[in-house]
Write a protein that binds this ligand. Sequence first.
Ligand code: NDP
Ligand code: OXD
Length: 319
Amino acid sequence: MPKAPVVIDLKFSGRAAIVEALGEVFHDRPVVDLADAKNRGRDLSDCRYAVLWKPDDDLFERAPNLEVLFSGGAGVDSVLALKSLPDAPLVRFVDPSLTRRMSEYVVLQCLYHARRIPDYIGQQAETRWQQLPPAEARDFTVGIMGLGELGQDAARKLKVIGFNVIGWSRSMKAVDGVECFDAAGLDAFLAKTDILVGLLPLTTETTGLFDRELFEKLSRSGPLGGPVFINAGRGGSQVETDILAALENGVLYAAALDVFATEPLPQTSPLWSHERVLVTPHVASDTDVSALFAHVERQITRFEAGEPLRHVVNRDAGY
Ligand code: NDP
Ligand code: OXD
């Protein structure tokens, strides 16, 4: 029997990688790539699966028989906000490639700040040779908010480098060597944290969570004399005016932000030019499209064999 088609509507940069990966992964499954002009007016009523990221407004109208939806990313806030999203299971992207990339970003940012690179960049601009008091990873406590797929891997890798690592999540977790806190333990968690890492999904509960009040509860006894805030979860969880104010009045020592309330970050945002803010354009962990399509094909195989899908989003929780 011929396999059911999958429709692809991915507004990712890097078109060539998508085309190459499509050729490699979905061997005998028909693929309808909506970025391909030849599919512009195609009837999509035979498509049972969709892989999507910022899809066309009329996708669900054109493809009324979808049985499983696959998010092109790990975070599904934008997918859940889509108008007329069908009531089919929504599977998010979970894969070792995505996890590895995120952990690299988190380890990089923690070391970058622990080894005072922002200060040395400032000194280099002034041709100033000044050795600042040394500190090493073990002198810092990194607090990770969000101990899911990404947060737990980052925690383990930070431990290997030597950081003290603690973590916070909605439900209590057990991670070897990592002191864990649940939702009720937030204040105790913040009071111990020198470097705060945001790896939370954007939900009604996490919107605006990283605000002045939260920053004021962070530890001020770390080697830098003030906390560092790193956010690679979602920009909607941070209050950007509060980050700027906290940097100005010393409540925060520095920030590294990969995600923003509005993306691309508007040219007018003062975050761009703040000397204690590192801005990256939502690249902490890009989706490897070959890995994404392989994950989709594996899940479809399970689904068609009557096995449960993995990484299905809980729509009530929002992640
Ligand atoms: P998971 O769903 O595996 O983990 C989410 C974690 O957040 C869980 O530990 C969960 O708690 C916790 N959490 C959720 N809501 C709350 C809350 N209200 N209070 C406390 N803890 C909460 O997600 P991933 O680790 O795979 O991904 C995390 C996020 O990272 C994504 O949603 C996405 O927004 C972002 N991301 C960003 C990328 C980038 O390039 N910048 C790339 C990929 C992802 P519990 O375990 O109890 O459910
Ligand atoms: C994701 C992302 O959610 O890239 O995967 O932000």
